[in-house]
Design a protein around this ligand. Structure first.
Ligand code: SF4
Length: 393
């Protein structure tokens, strides 16, 4: 395809549905503007407005000629998800349920701490995996999020926090974790495109050292994350034996611990300054014994890593209970005595529905109850009503 064809293809795509520009790469913006007869430096200006200044409309892009702004607005929108609901915890944690153009929803959470502000973003609506301790795992996968919808969560959060272009006392959002809804390595291309935008030094400019991608263990994709993106890796581990992990994280049946640990050992760039984080949710009587802790030490031997012990945050109907404080303390001590950092994650946002996926489930329940009310009054054709799944309700 020639550059002109590429430009036309982009312009056609843009023309078709007036899509978002956020999520476009530099090359795509350059092609789009070339198709409008604009020189390449205009793409750089547009990039700056989108990702360094956080412009939400073309009218505010005052370094672009008015005719170009009009032309762009006829073909595209800047793009942002809509806030369906927002919850703010007494501890400052903020959780948004965001809706995209097709009405599908995903969650984004901001967690402020003394030395950083972390944004937890989603990569999918729902999830195909069914990790037993995870509320999102009770929801069916609806679809992958696009690159624009992934990066749009960050832009929306910075809008809401008044974090553009930067505050005198520094940015509020300093770190990004892909630990929200979905398995990011099942949506790798869009996740990678979004992260390249997030890391770009002339835009959002969050260093790869401040980005963590968390996977349940999609082994064949792990090396690519290190080689192509260089971000930090977290593994949603939660068990030290295949027998327990098969039950908690069913993808383990496909990629058992031996293959997962081999992929971790081979993670590009792994060293003591770039350690893997093993996330471990503490479940009473399931994975929290002293023997479990010792098995864990044997499992990760030789891998530069640390642990993140997560007290289980139960939701209504959850099949597990959280380990006792003494069991968590004993577990952490054994790991620490083994030479590993093993902090216990402080529960955040407990006064709001903070377990991943709970806000979306509540929204679906509300929608279902509205739909049922309309069905009862004969306002909706039962055969064609898009009923959401209710097994997590
Ligand atoms: S833990 Fe992650 S991969 Fe597992 S069900 Fe939940 S969202 Fe999906």
């Amino acid at each position: 395809m020639t550059p002109t064809d590429a430009a036309l293809a982009v312009a056609d795509r843009v023309d078709a549905v007036r899509p978002w520009l956020i999520g476009c790469s530099r090359a795509e913006l350059t092609s789009l503007l070339a198709g409008l007869g604009e020189p390449a430096f205009r793409a750089r200006q547009l990039w700056h407005w989108l990702y360094a200044r956080g412009a939400r409309d073309f009218a505010s892009m005052t370094t672009l000629a008015k005719s170009l702004r009009t032309s762009l607005s006829e073909r595209a929108r800047v793009g942002r998800p809509q806030v369906t609901s927002e919850q703010i915890s007494a501890d400052g944690t903020r959780k948004w349920l965001l809706a995209f153009d097709d009405g599908k929803e995903a969650e984004t959470v901001f967690i402020p701490e003394a030395d950083r502000g972390t944004l937890c973003i989603s990569s999918q609506v729902g999830c195909t995996l069914t990790c037993r301790f995870c509320h999102t795992g009770t929801q069916r996968l609806v679809r992958n999020l696009s690159a624009g919808e992934i990066v749009g969560q960050l832009l929306l959060a910075r809008d809401a926090l008044h974090d553009w272009p930067s505050r005198p006392d520094g940015r509020l959002i300093t770190n990004v974790v892909l630990m929200g809804m979905g398995e990011p390595l099942f949506n790798y291309d869009n996740v990678a495109a979004a992260l390249r935008i997030v890391m770009d030094a002339e835009g959002i400019a969050i260093s790869r050292r401040r980005i963590t991608l968390s996977t349940s263990g999609v082994v064949p994709m792990i090396a690519r994350v290190g080689a192509e993106l260089g971000v930090k890796l977290a593994i949603s581990l939660h068990a030290a034996t295949d027998a327990v992990r098969d039950a908690l994280v069913p993808i383990n049946r496909k990629y058992p611990l031996a293959t997962l640990m081999a992929a971790c050992r081979g993670y590009p760039g792994l060293d003591n300054g770039n350690r893997i984080t093993f996330e471990y949710v503490m479940l009473a009587g399931v994975n929290d014994s002293a023997d479990d802790a010792r098995s864990l030490l044997r499992l990760v031997a030789g891998i530069p890593c640390k642990f993140n012990l997560i007290p289980f945050n139960p939701w209504p109907g959850a099949p597990y209970a959280c380990s006792s404080p003494s069991a968590i303390e004993r577990f952490a001590q054994i790991l620490s005595d083994g030479g590993y950092t093993a902090p216990v994650r402080q529960p955040r946002g407990q006064d709001i529905m903070a377990a991943c996926g709970q806000l979306r489930s509540a929204s679906e329940r509300e929608r279902l109850s509205r739909l049922k009310a309309r069905l009862a009054t004969g306002l909706v054709d039962d055969d064609h009503a898009p009923l959401p799944r209710t097994d997590h309700a």
